[in-house]
Every structure is written in C-alpha cells, then in structure tokens.
Design a protein around this ligand. Structure first.
Ligand SMILES: *Cc1c(COP(=O)(O)O)cnc(C)c1O
Length: 352
C-alpha cells in the first residue's frame, strides 16, 4: 500500500497484502449462489473449523453478517438484548428494526465491554402478551466502543450458560474476535464455544479487502443462507474475494500481536503529550481512545484537520475525543511520526 499518510482511522483501511492480490488473481471460482465456488467453500470450511462450528457462510460485510444472524434467530416483534455501546445497536443503521421488525432491549455496557448477568436477567421478558418475546443476546468481542477490550472465555461461557437457561440464543459480534484470541492467548474456539452464531471480519486487521464469515450449526447456516439471499448478499464468483480471506485466516492472525504492541506504545507515549488524556493507557488490543484536556481551546475535528496536514489521519468520535487504530500498514516509524504530529499540534494549544 503506497501512500504518503499514516492512517490510524480504522483497521478497515487496510489494503490486501501482495500475497492476497496474487491469490485473488489465481483463485479458482464458480457460482457461489449455486454453491459451486470452490474457493468460497474452502474459506467457509476453514472459518468454521477455526471457530469450532459446523458451518460458515461468506457474507459481504460484518453488518450484513450480524443482520443475517439476527434475522435467522428472530422473527418480527421478537426482542434482542444488546449493549448500549454495541456496534449492532449504534452503527448498523437500525437494520434489525428496519428489515426484521426486531425490537432491541438495551442494557448498559460496563467499561470492560461486558453486560452484567444481573442486567441480562432483568432484561429477559416474562411470557405475557404485553411484552415482546425475548429471543437473542448479542455480545461484542473485542468491544469496539469500550476501547477494543477483550471479553474472557469465562465470561462468554457464563453468558452462554445463562442464555441456555433462559432458552435464548447467543450471537457474538466477533468483528475482531481474532484480536481477542491473540490478546488472551487462547484458541478462538474457546471464546465462542457457547455461541449459537458468530460473525467475524476478514476486512479489518486481517487485511482482506472485503468480507465477513458467519458461523454456526449446519442447520443455522442453512437458514442464514436464504436470509443472505433475501438481503441481496448472494455473490457469484466470490472466490476472488474468498481467496484473500483464506490468506487472512492462515497468515494474518498471529501477527495481530504486533498491532497490539504498537497500540500499547502509542498509548504509552501519548500519555506524555500535554493536552491529551489517554482513556485506555494500557490497550488490550489495537485501539487507543483519547480526549482533549479540559483547558484545550480547539476541538477534535480541528486537531484532526491539523494532523492531516502533517500526514496523519485519525478518527474523531466526538467533539473532544479520538479513536486511533493500529494495523498491518502502520509500522514503528509511523507510530513515532504520528506521536510527533500530535505533539506538534497540541503544543500551541496547551493550557498555560
Ligand atoms: C466493523 C464492525 C462490524 C461490521 O462492520 P462492516 O464494516 O459492516 O464490515 C461489526 N461489529 C463491530 C464491533 C465492528 O467493529
């Protein structure tokens, strides 16, 4: 990826690696809607195997993967229990309501990304004609808005056990589940053992250009395949894309630890920049959240515009707040250049 700026806005900005481009050029393809694309089939099997599930389904985006899971688990008027800071609740354009008539019951996310079991217990509806029918719990791991934090296997299992007790389904929005597994040093399957379905993104830290995989039981994926078609997500010679996904899964997972180390370095050094408050000075994965100190007279969009002039792109998530994300195309030197740019921009605005 030849570019003159350092892009810390997201790990979605990652371009495919040269090896991926080569695999894409040479991919064997077929019509995937007819089930005839051998490369897609291979990706789906590989993903399912890694996650310890029976089957997988290649989906154009994480958003569509979550939506397909929700629509497969829930009918109209059913209720899904979600965190107030979850991606599904905040950033998926209300698709579950718009397209599925699924009602959200919103529970507070704790700072560690979890939903408290006692809050979940209170959220489950009794069987009463006044109420929607509780059907689904969604967990997010890593949790994006909570700082890229990891939810442990023990917690995931506890929620899984609770869901079973209440005869609810558990979906994991695992857009960055491999970041969680690498940070915790556990097999990814340990994190999703109790989940009825999981979505993960190939197109973020794993560098593939497009795509997510939804995994679950064979029966679940059979039904989800029809939903994907309804949503217009049935692709034809998608093996071109799946080929990059296979490399993502085989070659790009272990190296996520490097992104985490760079996020720690970035956070640690940003703590020393006057005018900034690092919200997670010890990031668990690849995200650093920070905000401008009270006395700083400029706001985040202005800081971000000035950083861009210095060749650094950052995502401001609020008028005083930023999110920085490390990824494959950010090296140590880029981290130091980004730090220098922050220091330069903030220097002139430090409170006296
Ligand atoms: C990125 C992301 C998604 C899905 O994103 P797409 O851009 O639709 O692929 C879902 N959940 C979380 C937590 C995410 O960060």
């Amino acid at each position: 990826m030849i570019q003159s700026f350092i892009d810390l806005r997201s790990d979605t900005v990652t371009h495919p690696t040269p090896e991926m481009r080569q695999a894409m050029a040479q991919a064997e393809v077929g019509d995937d809607v007819m089930g005839e694309d051998p490369t897609v089939n291979r990706l789906e099997e590989l993903a399912a195997e890694k996650l310890g599930k029976e089957a997988g389904l290649f989906i154009p985006s994480g958003t569509m993967g979550n939506l397909a899971a929700i629509l497969t688990h829930c009918g109209r008027g059913d209720e899904m229990i979600v965190g107030h800071l979850s991606h599904t609740y905040l950033f998926e354009a209300g698709g579950s309501a718009a397209l599925g008539g699924v009602h959200p019951f919103v529970v507070p996310n704790q700072p560690d990304g979890t939903l408290r079991l006692e809050d979940l217990r209170k959220a489950v509806r009794e069987d009463d004609p006044h109420y929607p029918t509780s059907r689904l719990i969604i967990l997010e791991n890593t949790h994006n808005r909570c700082g890229g934090v990891v939810l442990t296997p023990e917690y995931m299992q506890a929620v899984g056990a609770f869901a079973r007790e209440k005869q609810l389904k558990l979906h994991v929005d695992g857009a960055r589940i491999f970041n969680a597994a690498v940070a915790l040093q556990v097999p990814v399957a340990d994190l999703v053992r109790d989940a009825d379905s999981v979505t993960f993104c190939l197109s973020k830290g794993l560098c593939a250009p497009v795509g997510s995989v939804l995994c679950g039981s064979r029966e679940f994926i059979y039904r989800a395949r029809r939903i994907r078609k309804q949503l217009g997500g049935g692709m034809r010679q998608a093996g071109i894309l799946a080929a990059a996904g296979i490399i993502a899964l085989e070659k790009m997972v272990d190296r996520l630890a490097e992104d985490h180390a760079r996020a720690r370095l970035l956070a640690e050094r940003l703590c020393g920049v006057k005018g900034l408050v690092v919200e997670n000075p010890h990031p668990q994965t690849n995200m650093v959240y920070l905000r401008l100190e009270e006395g700083i007279s400029i706001d985040a969009p202005e800081v971000s515009a000035q950083l861009e002039k210095l060749g650094v792109k950052v995502d401001w998530v609020d008028v005083r707040r930023f999110r920085l994300v490390t990824h494959y195309w950010v090296n140590d030197e880029d981290i130091h250049r980004a730090l220098a740019a922050f220091a330069q921009v903030l220097r002139s605005f430090s409170p006296r």
